[in-house]
Design a protein around this ligand. Sequence first.
Ligand SMILES: CCCCCCCCCC(=O)SCCNC(=O)CCNC(=O)[C@H](O)C(C)(C)COP(=O)(O)OP(=O)(O)OC[C@H]1O[C@@H](n2cnc3c(N)ncnc32)[C@H](O)[C@@H]1OP(=O)(O)O
Length: 161
Amino acid sequence: MTDLKSMLATWAEKFRPHAEGVDLPPHHEQCLGCGPDNPHGHHLQVRRYGDGVVAEHTFDNRHVGAPGIAHGGAVATVIDDLYGFLLYLVGAPAVTRQLTVDYRAPVMIGTPYRMEAGVTNQEGRKLFLAASLTDRDGFLVATSTAVFVTVGVDHFTRGTQ
Ligand SMILES: CCCCCCCCCC(=O)SCCNC(=O)CCNC(=O)[C@H](O)C(C)(C)COP(=O)(O)OP(=O)(O)OC[C@H]1O[C@@H](n2cnc3c(N)ncnc32)[C@H](O)[C@@H]1OP(=O)(O)O
Protein backbone atom coordinates (compact mmCIF):
# COMPACT_ATOMS: atom_id res chain seq x y z
CA MET A 1 0.00 0.00 0.00
CA THR A 2 1.40 3.41 -0.93
CA ASP A 3 2.10 5.54 2.09
CA LEU A 4 0.22 8.82 1.69
CA LYS A 5 2.90 10.86 3.44
CA SER A 6 5.63 9.60 1.12
CA MET A 7 3.41 10.32 -1.92
CA LEU A 8 2.80 13.88 -0.76
CA ALA A 9 6.53 14.32 -0.13
CA THR A 10 7.15 13.87 -3.87
CA TRP A 11 4.60 16.47 -5.00
CA ALA A 12 6.89 19.51 -4.97
CA GLU A 13 9.14 17.67 -7.39
CA LYS A 14 6.21 16.60 -9.59
CA PHE A 15 3.90 19.61 -9.76
CA ARG A 16 6.39 21.95 -11.38
CA PRO A 17 7.49 22.74 -14.96
CA HIS A 18 9.08 19.74 -16.71
CA ALA A 19 11.34 19.81 -19.75
CA GLU A 20 10.05 18.78 -23.16
CA GLY A 21 10.68 15.11 -23.96
CA VAL A 22 11.79 14.07 -20.48
CA ASP A 23 10.02 11.12 -18.81
CA LEU A 24 7.55 12.40 -16.21
CA PRO A 25 7.57 10.76 -12.77
CA PRO A 26 4.91 8.14 -11.96
CA HIS A 27 2.00 9.21 -9.74
CA HIS A 28 3.35 6.77 -7.17
CA GLU A 29 5.11 3.40 -7.19
CA GLN A 30 1.94 1.28 -7.03
CA CYS A 31 -0.27 3.32 -9.39
CA LEU A 32 -2.26 0.96 -11.63
CA GLY A 33 -1.52 3.10 -14.66
CA CYS A 34 2.12 4.05 -14.22
CA GLY A 35 3.54 2.61 -11.00
CA PRO A 36 6.74 0.67 -11.73
CA ASP A 37 6.18 -1.61 -8.70
CA ASN A 38 2.62 -2.69 -9.52
CA PRO A 39 2.80 -6.20 -11.05
CA HIS A 40 -0.74 -5.82 -12.43
CA GLY A 41 -0.11 -2.31 -13.76
CA HIS A 42 0.40 -0.84 -17.20
CA HIS A 43 3.78 0.75 -16.41
CA LEU A 44 2.87 3.72 -18.57
CA GLN A 45 5.80 6.04 -19.36
CA VAL A 46 4.84 9.57 -20.30
CA ARG A 47 6.71 12.60 -21.62
CA ARG A 48 5.80 16.23 -21.85
CA TYR A 49 4.98 17.22 -25.42
CA GLY A 50 4.46 20.96 -25.83
CA ASP A 51 1.48 21.89 -23.67
CA GLY A 52 0.38 18.25 -23.53
CA VAL A 53 1.72 14.78 -22.80
CA VAL A 54 2.56 11.81 -25.00
CA ALA A 55 3.21 8.09 -24.45
CA GLU A 56 3.91 5.02 -26.54
CA HIS A 57 2.05 2.10 -25.08
CA THR A 58 1.57 -1.61 -25.85
CA PHE A 59 -1.15 -3.64 -24.11
CA ASP A 60 -0.17 -7.20 -23.15
CA ASN A 61 -1.99 -10.45 -22.36
CA ARG A 62 -2.86 -9.29 -18.84
CA HIS A 63 -5.17 -6.73 -20.46
CA VAL A 64 -7.01 -8.91 -22.97
CA GLY A 65 -10.78 -8.68 -23.40
CA ALA A 66 -11.96 -10.34 -26.60
CA PRO A 67 -9.19 -12.63 -27.92
CA GLY A 68 -6.30 -10.55 -29.20
CA ILE A 69 -7.99 -7.27 -28.31
CA ALA A 70 -7.34 -5.06 -25.30
CA HIS A 71 -10.19 -4.86 -22.77
CA GLY A 72 -12.04 -1.55 -23.08
CA GLY A 73 -11.68 -0.98 -19.36
CA ALA A 74 -7.91 -1.39 -19.64
CA VAL A 75 -7.83 1.17 -22.44
CA ALA A 76 -9.90 3.57 -20.32
CA THR A 77 -7.55 2.99 -17.36
CA VAL A 78 -4.50 3.96 -19.38
CA ILE A 79 -6.19 7.03 -20.86
CA ASP A 80 -7.36 8.10 -17.39
CA ASP A 81 -3.82 7.73 -16.09
CA LEU A 82 -2.39 9.64 -19.05
CA TYR A 83 -4.67 12.55 -18.11
CA GLY A 84 -3.17 12.36 -14.63
CA PHE A 85 0.17 13.47 -16.08
CA LEU A 86 -1.38 16.69 -17.37
CA LEU A 87 -1.83 17.66 -13.73
CA TYR A 88 1.91 18.11 -13.37
CA LEU A 89 1.72 20.72 -16.14
CA VAL A 90 -1.41 22.34 -14.71
CA GLY A 91 0.35 22.44 -11.34
CA ALA A 92 -2.48 21.14 -9.18
CA PRO A 93 -3.79 17.73 -8.10
CA ALA A 94 -7.18 16.80 -9.50
CA VAL A 95 -9.37 13.72 -9.85
CA THR A 96 -11.51 12.29 -12.62
CA ARG A 97 -15.12 13.40 -12.46
CA GLN A 98 -16.15 12.25 -15.95
CA LEU A 99 -14.43 10.09 -18.55
CA THR A 100 -15.68 9.23 -22.04
CA VAL A 101 -13.98 6.93 -24.55
CA ASP A 102 -14.96 6.56 -28.18
CA TYR A 103 -13.65 3.13 -29.25
CA ARG A 104 -13.32 3.65 -33.00
CA ALA A 105 -11.36 0.47 -33.78
CA PRO A 106 -10.01 -2.51 -31.79
CA VAL A 107 -6.90 -1.84 -29.74
CA MET A 108 -4.76 -4.90 -30.42
CA ILE A 109 -2.66 -6.75 -27.84
CA GLY A 110 1.07 -6.53 -28.64
CA THR A 111 0.69 -3.53 -30.95
CA PRO A 112 2.36 -0.22 -30.04
CA TYR A 113 0.12 2.85 -29.93
CA ARG A 114 0.85 6.53 -29.56
CA MET A 115 -1.26 8.31 -26.97
CA GLU A 116 -1.56 12.05 -26.63
CA ALA A 117 -3.50 14.20 -24.19
CA GLY A 118 -3.99 17.89 -23.60
CA VAL A 119 -6.06 20.45 -21.74
CA THR A 120 -8.77 21.96 -23.91
CA ASN A 121 -10.23 24.35 -21.34
CA GLN A 122 -10.07 25.30 -17.69
CA GLU A 123 -12.97 26.90 -15.79
CA GLY A 124 -12.39 27.39 -12.09
CA ARG A 125 -11.76 23.94 -10.61
CA LYS A 126 -12.82 22.15 -13.80
CA LEU A 127 -10.24 20.90 -16.29
CA PHE A 128 -11.60 19.82 -19.68
CA LEU A 129 -9.23 17.28 -21.22
CA ALA A 130 -8.97 15.37 -24.50
CA ALA A 131 -6.88 12.41 -25.65
CA SER A 132 -6.29 10.24 -28.69
CA LEU A 133 -4.76 6.86 -29.47
CA THR A 134 -3.26 6.21 -32.90
CA ASP A 135 -1.42 3.27 -34.44
CA ARG A 136 1.96 3.44 -36.16
CA ASP A 137 0.29 4.45 -39.45
CA GLY A 138 -1.44 7.36 -37.72
CA PHE A 139 -4.83 5.60 -37.84
CA LEU A 140 -7.09 6.88 -35.05
CA VAL A 141 -8.33 3.97 -32.90
CA ALA A 142 -9.75 5.83 -29.88
CA THR A 143 -10.59 9.33 -28.73
CA SER A 144 -11.53 10.50 -25.26
CA THR A 145 -12.66 13.49 -23.27
CA ALA A 146 -12.64 13.99 -19.52
CA VAL A 147 -13.53 16.44 -16.81
CA PHE A 148 -11.12 16.52 -13.88
CA VAL A 149 -11.83 18.62 -10.80
CA THR A 150 -8.95 20.05 -8.79
CA VAL A 151 -8.83 19.01 -5.15
CA GLY A 152 -6.86 19.82 -2.04
CA VAL A 153 -4.66 17.40 -0.15
CA ASP A 154 -7.58 16.72 2.22
CA HIS A 155 -9.25 14.81 -0.64
CA PHE A 156 -6.55 12.12 -0.32
CA THR A 157 -6.43 12.08 3.48
CA ARG A 158 -10.19 11.62 3.87
CA GLY A 159 -11.00 8.10 5.00
CA THR A 160 -7.42 7.10 5.64
CA GLN A 161 -7.30 7.68 9.39
C1 LIG B 1 -2.71 13.78 -8.07
C2 LIG B 1 -2.00 12.48 -7.87
C3 LIG B 1 -2.75 11.29 -8.35
C4 LIG B 1 -3.15 11.45 -9.79
C5 LIG B 1 -3.69 10.16 -10.38
C6 LIG B 1 -4.34 10.50 -11.70
C7 LIG B 1 -4.75 9.32 -12.50
C8 LIG B 1 -5.98 8.65 -12.00
C9 LIG B 1 -7.14 9.58 -11.97
C10 LIG B 1 -8.21 8.91 -11.18
O1 LIG B 1 -8.51 7.75 -11.41
S1 LIG B 1 -8.99 9.79 -9.91
C11 LIG B 1 -10.02 8.52 -9.14
C12 LIG B 1 -11.42 8.51 -9.72
N1 LIG B 1 -12.14 9.70 -9.38
C13 LIG B 1 -12.61 9.92 -8.16
O2 LIG B 1 -12.46 9.14 -7.25
C14 LIG B 1 -13.36 11.20 -7.96
C15 LIG B 1 -14.62 10.96 -7.17
N2 LIG B 1 -15.42 12.22 -7.13
C16 LIG B 1 -15.17 13.14 -6.17
O3 LIG B 1 -14.36 12.95 -5.25
C17 LIG B 1 -15.92 14.44 -6.27
O4 LIG B 1 -17.05 14.28 -7.07
C18 LIG B 1 -15.05 15.60 -6.87
C19 LIG B 1 -13.86 15.88 -5.92
C20 LIG B 1 -14.54 15.24 -8.26
C21 LIG B 1 -15.90 16.83 -6.98
O5 LIG B 1 -16.58 17.02 -5.78
P1 LIG B 1 -16.67 18.47 -5.10
O6 LIG B 1 -17.75 18.37 -4.09
O7 LIG B 1 -15.32 18.89 -4.67
O8 LIG B 1 -17.08 19.42 -6.30
P2 LIG B 1 -18.49 19.62 -7.05
O9 LIG B 1 -19.26 18.33 -7.18
O10 LIG B 1 -19.15 20.79 -6.43
O11 LIG B 1 -17.98 20.00 -8.54
C22 LIG B 1 -16.97 21.01 -8.71
C23 LIG B 1 -17.26 21.75 -9.99
O12 LIG B 1 -17.15 20.81 -11.08
C24 LIG B 1 -18.38 20.82 -11.82
N3 LIG B 1 -18.59 19.49 -12.39
C25 LIG B 1 -18.71 18.35 -11.70
N4 LIG B 1 -18.88 17.33 -12.55
C26 LIG B 1 -18.87 17.85 -13.80
C27 LIG B 1 -19.00 17.32 -15.08
N5 LIG B 1 -19.17 16.02 -15.26
N6 LIG B 1 -18.94 18.15 -16.14
C28 LIG B 1 -18.75 19.47 -15.96
N7 LIG B 1 -18.61 20.04 -14.76
C29 LIG B 1 -18.68 19.25 -13.69
C30 LIG B 1 -19.42 21.21 -10.81
O13 LIG B 1 -20.57 21.75 -11.47
C31 LIG B 1 -18.69 22.30 -10.05
O14 LIG B 1 -18.64 23.47 -10.83
P3 LIG B 1 -18.71 24.94 -10.17
O15 LIG B 1 -17.50 24.99 -9.26
O16 LIG B 1 -18.62 25.86 -11.34
O17 LIG B 1 -20.01 24.96 -9.46
